[in-house]
Design a protein around this ligand. Structure first.
Ligand SMILES: C[S@@+](CC[C@H](N)C(=O)[O-])C[C@H]1O[C@@H](n2cnc3c(N)ncnc32)[C@H](O)[C@@H]1O
Length: 272
């Protein structure tokens, strides 16, 4: 039923946009198409990109620029391939996190992640640091907590996330991260187990718990414990599915006289 509705809406949009398809665009399509058949190998790629890009535009979406080098960064691709977990990876966000972590490793302080699921982002952080400083992982390992009224999506047609979604058993996450001796696990609802690291300092904290309350509690606990130059990254900041995470980040950043840098990947960055 949901699939039928989606297909219907896509069909309506494409048909509407087809009506806007003008002579210039048609000539462009024909020229690229001809070149892809007769020209150099890159012409085929350019033609495929042009067609897909037009389709995406018609659906009010976009695809990445094909010339961005990060998508072919060998070091990063190898790093992601070395993480053999079943959870889907969102590479652009992890690429940003990886680069940030590579810079912040010059600072003193430990690292943490609130909301680790199968451990992909924790793998990225620990791999970037390449040293044995502890990385603290806080997760219920039972999925998302209860949403509040702040977590209801405001955008029409956006699905509301539910309590219990994104559950990964602790043993599985531990197995995924078995190659990292620096991983320390704290199973429980945020902020229950934060007092166990209250005397530590941090240079990088990743917050990825989707909802208002745990995002607020994580920021409030960790920001005062960041070293100068340290950073908090919220993975959910710019997503219509997570309005509560944005609200919590904005409120907490204001409380500590900071501003959230909204990264086009959807992440939010706050620097100390
Ligand atoms: C979207 S997943 C995190 C994805 C992860 N960062 C990655 O790299 O794949 C959200 C995680 O937050 C955890 N979580 C959500 N709310 C929580 C809370 N209140 N306390 C503890 N863990 C929570 C869930 O169990 C889940 O593992």
């Amino acid at each position: 039923m949901a699939l039928a509705t989606l297909l219907n809406s896509c069909q309506t949009r494409v048909l509407t946009r087809l009506g806007e398809f003008d002579k210039v665009q048609f000539q462009k399509l024909a020229r690229y198409g001809y070149r892809s058949l007769t020209g150099a190998p890159h012409e085929k790629r350019d033609f495929a990109f042009y067609v897909m890009n037009q389709l995406a535009k018609w659906l009010d979406m976009r695809i990445y620029n094909k010339h961005t080098n990060w998508q072919n960064d060998r070091e990063f691709l190898a790093l992601m391939q070395s993480f053999q977990a079943k959870y889907p990876r969102v590479k652009e966000r992890q690429f940003f996190l990886y680069n940030l972590a590579r810079d912040l490793r010059r600072l003193p302080g430990e690292t943490a992640e609130c909301g680790a699921l199968g451990g992909a982002s924790s793998h990225v952080i620990m791999s970037a640091f390449e040293d044995d400083r502890p990385h603290h992982i806080f997760d219920s390992f039972s999925g998302l907590s209860q949403p509040t009224e702040h977590d209801t999506p405001k955008t029409q047609g956006v699905r509301a996330l539910q309590a219990g979604e994104f559950a990964s058993p602790l043993d599985e996450t531990k197995a995924n991260l078995a190659s990292h001796a620096s991983a320390c696990f704290y199973k429980g609802w945020i902020p229950e187990r934060f007092p166990e690291v209250a005397d530590k300092q941090f240079c990088l904290v990743s917050i990825d718990v989707d909802f208002y309350e745990p995002t607020r509690d994580s920021f409030e606990f960790f920001f005062p414990r960041l070293v100068a130059g340290g950073a908090i990254v919220c993975d959910d900041y710019g997503f219509s599915t997570c309005p509560g995470a944005k609200k919590a980040m904005d409120e907490m950043a204001a409380k500590f006289d900071r501003h959230v840098v909204h990264i086009p990947t959807g992440q939010g960055l706050v620097l100390k």
